[in-house]
Design a protein around this ligand. Structure first.
Ligand code: NI
Length: 173
C-alpha cells in the first residue's frame, strides 16, 4: 500500500469526532490499516490513528518494540483497535512525556490514567479486551483521544512542560 502524509495539528480532520467502523473485511478497511502501518513504520511512530492520515474513522494502531523514538519504553504488542472504549480502573494518574506524529519535533508532560481496561474490535470485527497499565495504557489513551478530536497539548496541565525536543533535551533541569 502506501506511506501517507500525516496531518499536522491545526488540520480540521484532527478536530473531528471520527465515525465508527460498521463493515469489516472490506478492501477499504484493510487498505486503510495497511496504509496506517506503512506510515507508522516510516515515521518510527508508537501509534497512529486513522484521522492522522485524513480518514475520520475509529481505527487506531500501535506497536512499541525497539522503537528509536521511545528507547526506554516497555514493549507494547502490535495491535489494531477499532471502535475502542476505555474504562478507567481507579483514579490514579501518572504524568510522563508524550510526542505525536501530528506535532513533529515537540514533547509535553501529560497526565494519563495509570490503569485501564480497553475494549474494541480487531481487523475482522471480533471483540477483545485488555487490562493494562503504564506506558501501554498511555499509548491507548493518546490514540483514542485522536478519535475524539483531541491532541495531547489539550491534556497538558502545565504548559511550561511543552516544547521542542531539542530544546528540552539541551536545557532540562
Ligand atoms: Ni498522536
Amino acid at each position: 500500500m502506501a506511506v501517507k502524509t500525516v496531518l499536522r495539528m491545526g488540520h480540521p480532520v484532527l478536530k473531528k469526532i471520527a465515525e465508527p467502523v460498521t463493515e469489516f473485511n472490506t478492501s477499504e478497511l484493510n487498505g486503510l490499516i495497511q496504509d496506517m502501518f506503512d506510515t507508522m513504520a516510516a515515521m518510527d511512530g508508537a501509534g497512529l490513528a486513522a484521522p492522522q492520515i485524513g480518514v475520520s474513522r475509529r481505527v487506531v494502531i500501535f506497536s512499541v518494540v525497539d522503537n528509536p523514538r521511545y528507547p526506554d519504553a516497555e514493549a507494547v504488542p502490535e495491535t489494531i483497535l477499532i471502535n475502542p472504549q476505555i474504562e478507567y480502573v481507579g483514579d490514579e494518574k501518572q504524568t510522563d512525556w508524550e510526542g505525536c506524529l501530528s506535532i513533529p519535533g515537540m514533547r509535553g508532560l501529560v497526565p494519563r490514567y495509570k490503569e485501564i481496561i480497553y475494549r474494541g474490535q480487531d481487523q475482522k470485527g471480533d471483540f477483545f479486551e485488555r487490562h493494562v497499565e503504564g506506558f501501554h495504557a498511555r499509548v491507548v489513551q493518546h490514540e483514542v483521544d485522536h478519535l475524539d478530536g483531541l491532541l495531547y497539548p489539550q491534556r497538558i496541565e502545565d504548559m511550561q512542560y511543552f516544547g521542542f525536543v531539542d530544546e528540552l533535551n539541551g536545557h532540562e533541569n
